[in-house]
Design a protein around this ligand. Sequence first.
Ligand code: GAR
Length: 195
Amino acid sequence: MEKLNGKKKIRVSVFISGRGTNLKSLINFSKKKNSPIKIVLVITNNKKAKGIYYAKKNKIKSLFINYKNKNKAETKILIILKKYKINLICLAGFMKILSKQIISKYKCRILNIHPSLLPKYKGLNTHKRVLKNKEKFTGCTVHIVNLRLDSGKIILQKTVKVLRKDDESSLSRRVLKVENLIYPRAVKKFISSNL
Ligand code: GAR
């Protein structure tokens, strides 16, 4: 097993459902000298997720899990996580809500990135709601996943100014750039104080 300054690297699985820019940024972070993580597995509920490309390009194992039956899907995921000796799960645009089965097994070992300044705008369509409410600021948050949606302890948050000319796509693009920046930083911070 690879080691970091004598310490074992944290074995990470990233869960995605789509584009995968946050996955890409985590992979880049994992490749840095002295990175505390090794991404060993990418899990997706979407066969066509564009982000799988980044896993393939970097020779990281990727697995499609059929979510038609959530209970079965999660049972399978748990077996796989054990097989790959996963220490930390990073949700990166994974559009399924994990249930107790996984969350309690990986208590305080699952991180998520959300495109708002939590606790504001939990759930979906954050940018649309931010614009509708004429917010002056929005942002993104990396937090620990607990049993309540988008409500776990906040690890890192960064503010993004909402511009007068912003529409949903321009705002989501700018927030995403900041997401890509903070996710690795949050992982590093989390690991140094929790693992
Ligand atoms: C990101 O904006 C992430 O915050 C969001 O999905 C996008 C995934 O982008 N996640 C959620 O809304 C979770 N509730 P990516 O596939 O390019 O990383």
